[in-house]
Structure formats: C-alpha cells, structure tokens
Design a protein around this ligand. Sequence first.
Ligand code: EPU
Length: 357
Amino acid sequence: MLSLREQVPLAPLTTLSVGGRARFFVEADTPDDVREAFAYSSAHGLPLFVLGGGSNLVVADAGWPGLVLHLKISGISQRAEGSRVIFEVGAGESWDSFVGATVAAECAGLECLSGIPGTVGGTPVQNVGAYGQEVADTIVVVTAFDRVSGEIRIFSNADCGFAYRTSIFNTSDRDRFIVVQVAYALERGASPKIEYADLKRFFADKPSPSLQAVRDAVRQIRQGKGMLLVEGDPDVRSAGSFFKNPIVGTQRFVELDAEMQSRGLQLPNYPADDGQRKLSAAWLVEKAGFHKGYVHGNVGISSKHTLAIVNRGAARASEIVSFMNVIRETVFSRFAIDLHPEPVFLGFEQTPVRAMR
Ligand code: EPU
C-alpha cells in the first residue's frame, strides 16, 4: 500500500537546498509501487516527477503541483559470467555505497566514479561520468517502467543511446521511462583506470595502485573541488557541475583557439566524438570573470571549483536561475558560446534557461 503525503518540502531532499513543496509525495520501495503511483497520478490528473538522490536538481520556489515519486528501490545482487561480474542494483541504492561495494569485491569499472552523490537510477539517465570513466562503459541492462505502455521494459546498452551526459532517457524519450534497476558488468581482478590527468598526477610516483587506492584518490580529489558531500562544507550546497562542457566543431575550435592565443590565453580542450573538441566550461566561466568564491547575493561560485553554483545559505531558486543566466550571457558575449546547464529543473513554468542572442 502506498502512503501518500501532502505538502512535503523538497529543498531538504536536494543537495542545492532550494525550492518549494511537493503537493503530493510518495515513496516507492518496489517496481510495483512505481506502477501503483503512476496509476494514481494518471487517475487524478497529477503530473508525476521521479526523485532519486536530488543531487542534480533545481526545484522551483513554487514547488511541484503534482506527485513526487521518491525512488527507494533497494537491493544489490551479483553473479559471475566468465571473467565478468554482473551487478544488478535497485535504482534507489546510494551510488557511492554501491561503488564502494564493487571495489571491495575487487571488481574494476566504476572506481573512478567514486564519491559522486545521488542514486543508481540516475546514472544511466545522464550517463554519469568522471575521471575517465562513464557508466555507458559498464551498463549492460537498464530496467525501466514505461509510462506509455504501463509495462516494465528492458534496455540493452545500445538501446540507451549513450553519449556525453545524455541517453534516450533525457533526450528523445525524456520523461517516458522510470528506471527501476540497472545492471553493470565489471571485471574481477582487473586494474583500475588511470587516464584522467588528475589521477595520473596523483599516482605519478606510486605505480600500480589498487582499485581501493584509486577510489580513495578520486574521493580526495573530489573533496578538494567541493564535489564530495562532506558535512559542514559550504561548497557542497550545489548541484555539482552546473554547466556541461561545450562541444564544438573543428572549425569553430580553430577560430576560438586562435582568438584566445591572440589574447595570450591557452584554451583548454579535449577530444570529443567525431573529431570535435570538448572545451572546459569551468575555464570559460572563470575567464568571463566569475572566479572561485564569487558572491552574487545569496548565491555564488564554489570556492573550490568554478563549475559549481552554490547556495550560500538562504538562496531561493529564482536567485540560482538568474545567476545562471547572468553567467550564460556573459560567457556568450565574450566567447559566443552558449553554456547549457546540466541539472534538471522542476516546477518552473517555462524553461528557466533564457535564449541567447
Ligand atoms: N578548470 C578551471 N577552473 C576550475 C576547474 C577547472 O578553469 O575551477 C578547467 C581547467 O582547465 C581544468 C579543466 O577545467 O583542466 C577540467 O577541470 P576538471 O577536471 O575539474 O573537470 P570539469 O570538466 O570541470 C568534469 C565533470 C565533473 C567531473 C570532472 C572530473 C562535466 C560537466 N563535469 O568537470 O562532473 O567530476 O570532470 O572528471 O562534465 C558533474 O557532472 O556534476 C561533475 C561533477
């Protein structure tokens, strides 16, 4: 039996800690609960929003007029399949605890994704990635409830259409599927992946680290950037990276690079798909004048990483959104690049992302 609550404050369920209440709110412990909640919302004409860990979410000050479904489906099972170990995990499991369990089981593939807040169910949706790994590398099956057919569906890795911070779940089929379980195939006894510059630097004079050593290093590096949830650290009242790293075509990159050189600046860039280049949103934001620790009323920039917008205490969602747009407009006027926010926005009447001219 579902237990329906009313007028539940959402800010405490998000890391950014802004926004109003959910008109109705229910927790789902099983896929059947998801089905029941969906049926309830349809029968009562209530828009349904699925909440996981709340680490990538901006809730509007007006809150959410419909039903919030808090996914709490738990359970981790593992089975061997040749040299691989398949982990099947409930969508509501804490991501970082799960990663810790895979490392303890000597299974490689997720160690670089240590210390990321949120729950397992959110990881396929935005193809979570960090420090040289992304979940698209290891996900084998996503099990999700289909709001159109009312049935559970099974997706292979290819079905998910993964790319940088995207999948079908946040693009072509946005808001259609509710992830209830994810299966990851990991390699038992394999070495950790040390390809990202920060990690190479960390292990420069410590060769062949264990998976656990890499997990610890990633958590330490993330903490240094305010990207690890630590009690009492004001820089973690954020939604992580607020902007995606922009990806530009070769020609645009060459022009921009030349222009930056003429200004005496070295434009950081990384390879992306199809010969494109990925730029650093943090660098662009910084060069547009928003340095670490920048203060804008009740909001600002993290003192540890330029890419995180922080709630400095009593912020409202509207202040987060207007600061986001100030940053986007300034970056656009300096570099003609439109930064796209990474978090999900809930309850805003229109898209809060102002169009650039
Ligand atoms: N940089 C700055 N200022 C800063 C930080 C970084 O100019 O304050 C520049 C530097 O040139 C640096 C480059 O940005 O070399 C890359 O910085 P970093 O390694 O911190 O990575 P990022 O691109 O800013 C991405 C992800 C993070 C992930 C890290 C580590 C996105 C939008 N963000 O950040 O993911 O943890 O790489 O792999 O892709 C998240 O998505 O919420 C998130 C935290």
